[in-house]
Design a protein around this ligand. Structure first.
Ligand code: HEM
Length: 496
């Protein structure tokens, strides 16, 4: 038995091929959706693509937003499943089902956006999808919702199956480390199990909520005279998107808790503070979406105040505890710095930087100025792109080395990190700067009064180019390890 009371560390071997497939797909789609992002910023800069219709910009914006958020949701579940297999038995069928559903969902999404020009944005705010002003046909709206429903259905099943696997081994109070909270000297649950339980509960709540949203759209479409309540729809939609983001983020942090200590030759335990932080994170995350509704003056006042208070409070437990934990883990340790360990650590720090941007934006007085400016994509790109994406790319790199048994190229490591840091932080800082100077988000073409928006975008065209070089280098290096492992596996199978 481990100190966690789990059966001695199980092997994640049965999930190796499947997880490698997931990571291969994730890396390639990441490159594709990043090129979409470069297209968006280049369009705004007016340097290229100026002859294309702006409707295409909004369709690509929708594809990029849903594509990226969905992709990293799935990646975090795949990485979480692989590592959880050290303690519990996540079922493989759920992951296979999710892989098939994710591919099918993305294919329909690409069709609805690029062919159908569906462009209501990644959170498809009610009632926009139903009022296309003739820009996209009804089939594109249907395709978009069919794609989203497929993705949410398979991820819901996957999240439930994983949660079930955890609960079979650790009853809920133990999985949430309540014995530690109560000060009992019961064996501590591994941090990965605790954090994954919190993340999966949030994810399940979000996906169930998504089906309520889809049902209201369906009713309005099919039942004559039925009109959904706009405020309710906004609350439900933001709850869904926020829970998806939290689930992804927390699963990513779980990966860091599980992998980083080995690089520092130290260990991470579920202490009472860690248990308290993640239980608080669970409760606070459920209401923190309220900070997205400050501009909705019909929202009850008490909920607006709660939005600000909870946003402040929610920054403390998970983020602060994990970041201090991360710094303490690395401080004075004989760290083995590889692409994986650097990305895991930098991802944790990027989460903090983006979190600060988010907390500023969640302050009602600041939000009155920053609302729907480029400050918003600036902060979420920071905690996604420079946060959880780095954590999960770190996992992908680690898995590649584990599978191939090879060492990574020192030259590539030295190049990848500066490319990611200069390109990635340069890109998001330009967005922050533009947002702080009142450049609105989601403008395909900036009007003359906002001409400096196009000027800022030009910086990003170059900086995103630097980041893309880093991504290509990373993919080349990591892909090399996956190919080596696949060839070796095929040879082995041929011999036996
Ligand atoms: C190289 C990487 C990336 C680039 C160049 C990029 C670029 C962009 C740009 C230019 C926008 C439009 C900003 C505006 O509103 O004017 C955007 C929006 C967005 N991006 Fe990214 N992005 C990248 C990575 C990511 C990642 C990793 C995620 C999430 C995991 C993400 C999620 C989103 C979302 C949700 C939107 C908002 C879509 C909407 O407004 O409907 N992006 N991105």
């Amino acid at each position: 038995m481990t100190d966690a009371g789990a059966p001695a560390s199980r092997s994640a071997r049965p999930l190796r091929t499947l997880t490698a497939l997931w990571m291969g797909m994730v890396c390639l789609l990441f490159l594709a959706f990043s090129l979409d992002g470069w297209f968006l910023r280049t369009y705004q800069s007016k340097l290229l693509f100026a002859t294309m219709r702006p409707e295409l910009f909004y369709a690509v914006l929708t594809l990029h937003g849903i594509g990226m958020v969905g992709l990293w949701m799935a990646a975090s579940l795949a990485a979480g499943n692989y590592l959880l297999a050290r303690y519990v038995r996540p079922p493989r069928w759920a992951s296979w089902l999710a892989l098939a559903g994710t591919v099918a969902g993305f294919v329909v999404l690409v069709e609805a956006t690029t062919e159908g020009l569906f462009g209501a944005g990644w959170y498809f705010l009610y009632p926009l999808p139903m009022f296309s002003q003739g820009i996209w046909p009804t089939w594109a709206t249907g395709g978009f919702f069919a794609s989203l429903a497929t993705l949410c259905a398979v991820w819901l099943i996957w999240a439930l199956a994983t949660l079930w696997a955890i609960l079979r081994q650790y009853p809920l109070p133990r999985a949430l480390a309540w014995p530690q909270l109560a000060g009992r000297s019961a064996p501590a649950v591994p941090p990965l199990v605790l954090i994954s339980t919190v993340a999966l509960l949030l994810g399940v709540a979000g996906f169930l909520d998504a089906f309520a949203v889809f049902t209201f759209y369906l009713l309005q479409w099919r039942v004559h005279g039925f009109v959904a309540d706009a405020l309710l729809m906004k609350n439900l939609t933001f709850f869904f998107t926020q829970m998806t983001a939290y689930a992804t983020m927390y699963l990513g942090v779980g990966v860091v808790y599980e992998l980083l200590p080995a690089f520092a030759a130290r260990s991470w335990k579920t202490t009472r503070v860690v248990a308290l932080a993640w239980n608080a994170a669970l409760a606070l995350a459920l209401v923190s979406y309220l900070n997205h509704l400050y501009m909705d003056v019909v929202q009850p006042h008490a909920l607006q105040v709660a939005g600000q208070v909870v946003s402040y409070l929610s920054a403390v437990p998970a983020a602060t505890v994990s970041i201090f934990d991360g710094l303490l883990l690395v401080y004075g340790a004989r760290m083995r710095w590889t692409i994986a360990s650097s990305f895991l650590f930098l991802g944790l720090m990027g989460w903090a930087v983006g979190g600060v941007g988010a907390v500023i934006d969640s302050t009602i007085a600041a939000n009155a100025v920053l609302h729907n400016t480029l400050w918003v994509p600036a902060h979420f790109h920071t905690y996604y792109l420079m946060g959880v994406v780095l954590m999960l790319l770190g996992f992908a790199s680690h898995l590649g080395l584990e599978l191939s048994g090879r060492a990574e190229s020192r030259l590539v490591r030295r190049l990848v990190l500066p490319f990611f840091l200069v390109g990635g932080y340069g890109f998001v800082l330009t967005l922050f700067w533009a947002g702080a100077h009142s450049i609105p988000r989601r403008y395909a073409v900036y009007p003359d009064e906002l001409a400096r928006g196009a000027f800022y975008a030009r910086f990003d065209v170059v900086l995103i180019g630097v980041l893309l070089l880093g991504i290509v280098l990373f993919l080349g290096e990591t892909g090399r390890h996956y190919v080596t492992a696949a060839v070796r596996g095929l040879r082995h199978r041929g011999r036996s």
